[in-house]
Write a protein that binds this ligand. Structure first.
Ligand SMILES: [Zn+2]
Length: 427
């Protein structure tokens, strides 16, 4: 079995190399399209977007952009192009009982994200099983030998109680070559002190690594903030955020990632959710089907219904929705994340839940434009990724062509015509 798996893995690798060799640099002009570039700028109508060598070489009103002769033109009248969605808090993890080679399992998850228009994912937290395969896959992708959403990974979370434990954990993951550092606070007396947290954050910064923290309470978020953390990785869910907290986030330009669907997933399977019938959900069924039998099992649903924590999270989600509006109104940068794909937590749908997250952010009171900025340029900034997140000259040509305008109705992000990564239309 092991040797068969190795053979399968080698075959997949060879197939990927073949695909990569076909991906010659191409020049494409999208014409007549509405462009929302992911920033605060007003969208452009009847625009031209020129893509060369995988990057955006020009974008602007049709009258101002000269298309070089011989370039393939794609007329997209009536459609809207937005940057590919950037998920600043995802998980690209294999289930412990995966029957696939772990790297192949992670690869199909990146393809699933991409098929839903999520073109960059920052995986904040691996397991022993998928940490190394995740880093290998990321490396292969950078060599053009793996496809799907662009992967960045923190490896396993950096945890520990003392400064020494935290620094040892940091040294271990940084030696593996991770892109980001994930820290955790859980309102527990087992959590590290603020001093220890500061020591590990400072050490991460010296290595050029940004840090995100898992929190639940405002108190823990403030503790991490005071220790110098770069990103708040979940919602404050224990109280209304205070004006002082809002001011502190804003003063330090620390973005806030609500992950509302993370909370939804904790209680929504107390019954069979309506969205299981949604055709947009079902386009991911080739992978989602592995979890559906568990989630539709009456015993499982009963367990969720009778779980006090699950029921408490229902209220916590309402608190989270109120807080994201307060923070956004207060001028804090809201960055997109979902916690989708966290192993051992069935029903955090990679791909589909990113669109539900957008819907929940609008339900919370953000405008579609604020929501889309969060999911593109703001998430890229939070993740420290200057090459993605907006449709500006010089950026990677990662974008989604939509059949309807998401600024008019956020549900229109589901009207996907095509997804492009590095200037290439994905199959
Ligand atoms: Zn997470």
């Amino acid at each position: 079995m092991q040797s068969f798996r190795r053979y399968l893995s080698a075959a997949v690798a060879i197939a990927s190399i073949f695909t990569a060799s076909l991906s010659f640099a191409q020049t494409v002009a999208l014409t007549g399209v509405r462009v929302f570039d992911g920033t605060d700028k007003a969208p452009l109508d009847n625009a031209t977007l020129l893509v060369e060598n995988g990057r955006i070489s020009a974008v602007g009103p049709a009258a101002q952009i000269k298309i070089p002769g011989g370039v393939q033109q794609i007329a997209l009248k009536g459609k809207t192009v937005i940057p590919g969605l950037v998920n600043a808090h995802a998980h690209v993890q294999a289930e412990t009982d995966t029957k696939l080679d772990v790297r192949d399992d992670l690869q199909r998850r990146l393809q699933l994200y991409a098929s839903y228009g999520v073109t960059t994912v920052v995986s904040l937290g691996s397991s022993d099983l998928d940490e190394l395969p995740g880093i290998e896959l990321r490396n292969l992708q950078r060599e053009g030998k793996a496809d799907g959403a662009r992967l960045y990974t923190s490896g396993k979370a950096v945890t520990g109680r003392t400064t020494e434990e935290l620094l040892a954990a940091l040294d271990r993951v940084s030696a593996l070559g991770v892109d980001f550092i994930k820290l955790r606070l859980s309102d527990s007396d087992k959590d590290p002190s603020q001093e220890s947290l500061r020591a590990v954050i400072d050490a991460a910064h010296k290595k050029g690594l940004r840090t995100a923290v898992h929190i639940f309470s405002q108190q823990d978020a403030q503790k991490a903030l005071d220790a110098g953390v770069d990103v708040i990785g979940h919602s404050v869910r224990n109280q209304d955020v205070t004006p002082e907290f809002i001011a502190a986030l804003k003063a330090r330009s620390v973005p806030y990632v609500p992950t509302l669907t993370r909370d939804l997933s904790v209680f929504v399977y107390e019954s069979t959710p309506e969205f299981f019938k949604d055709p947009f959900f079902r386009r991911g069924e080739w992978l989602y089907k592995e979890q559906i039998p568990t989630l539709t099992d009456p015993t499982y649903q009963n367990k969720v219904r009778n779980n006090p924590n699950a029921q408490a999270i229902k209220k916590a989600l309402e608190q989270a929705k109120r807080n994201v509006k307060l923070l956004s109104d207060g001028g804090v940068s809201i960055a997109f994340g979902t916690d989708s794909g966290a192993a051992g937590n069935p029903g955090r749908w990679q791909g589909y839940f990113e669109h539900v997250e957008l819907e929940l952010l609008v339900e919370s009171g953000l405008t579609p434009k604020q929501t889309l900025i969060a999911a593109t340029s703001a998430a890229a900034k939070a993740a420290g990724l200057p090459d993605v997140g907006s449709l500006e000259v010089g950026k990677l040509a990662d974008f989604v062509v939509l059949n309807a305008d998401p600024l008019a109705n956020i549900l229109n992000t589901r009207q996907i015509d095509s997804v492009w990564i590095g200037g290439k239309r994905i199959p």
